[in-house]
Design a protein around this ligand. Structure first.
Ligand SMILES: O=C(O)c1cccc(C(=O)CC[C@H]2O[C@@H](n3cnc4c(=O)[nH]cnc43)[C@H](O)[C@@H]2O)c1
Length: 213
């Protein structure tokens, strides 16, 4: 019997190529681009999980991986962040008294914790990675005001991306272990395209994949 595969859900083909480039030949891992943003990530991942299950080759777990923004003094460009939890940071309602999360409104959970065993294995393979909260946003942070609001609400935030929470919801609904890995391409804060280092982040993803396989 062949071992069940691990699904690594990335957003775009460039991230998929970077992860695949680091994997050992024959590693029981499948890497698939599922789209940018939480909705595409959730729908794309859920479809892959259902198709695999229907074909009798259900995955053993799911990792959301990709490039991301690093919070100042928490995660530098080119480094890796492992999510202790993936949080939908803009899922809720504004009010005159401030932002209210979905949990506070009584409609669900904005925080999806990483599976403890999967996170333990990732930490062992990637000892240099920062471990902390990773925020999922539909809008890339681009101002000091938003950076300030996010760090006030989530002082332990290490990174942000646009897919983790969506992938986490799909994994949770399929009853599968979940974790999130971000390779930092840019600082979170005022928009500055010249500060992006996407090649460095993709290289970090390749090195992470090598360490994992
Ligand atoms: O237009 C900008 O200023 C800008 C800055 C950083 C990233 C973007 C993207 O459109 C990238 C979206 C893509 O990459 C992930 N990503 C990378 N950095 C971040 C970030 O700082 N905040 C959120 N997502 C980021 C994201 O997961 C998407 O897959 C544009």
């Amino acid at each position: 019997m062949t071992a069940a595969e691990l699904l690594i859900a990335v957003a775009v083909p460039a991230e998929a190529e970077a992860v695949r480039a680091g994997l050992a030949p024959g590693a029981p891992v499948r890497v698939e681009p599922v789209g940018v943003g939480p909705a595409a990530a959730a729908a794309g991942t859920a479809r892959l999980l259902v198709l695999a299950e229907a074909a009798g080759r259900a995955y053993r777990g799911v990792i959301s991986a990709g490039i991301g923004g690093g919070f100042p003094d928490r995660a530098a460009i080119g480094t890796l962040v492992l999510a202790s939890r993936s949080v939908a940071a803009d899922l809720g309602a504004e009010s005159p008294d401030g932002f209210r999360t979905l949990d506070e409104l009584g409609f669900g959970q904005v925080a999806r914790p990483a599976d403890p065993e999967l996170l333990r294995r990732l930490r062992t393979a990637l000892p240099g990675a920062t471990v902390g909260t990773v925020l999922t946003l539909s809008t890339v942070t681009g101002s000091a005001a938003t950076l300030g609001a996010l760090t006030t609400r989530y002082p332990d935030a290490a990174a942000e991306g646009m897919e983790g929470y969506g992938v986490a919801v799909a994994a949770h609904q399929a009853g599968l272990p979940f974790a999130e890995l971000r390779a930092i391409s840019n600082p979170v804060g005022p928009r500055d395209r010249d500060a992006w280092r996407i090649a460095d982040a993709l290289a970090a993803l390749t090195a992470a994949a090598t360490a994992l396989s």
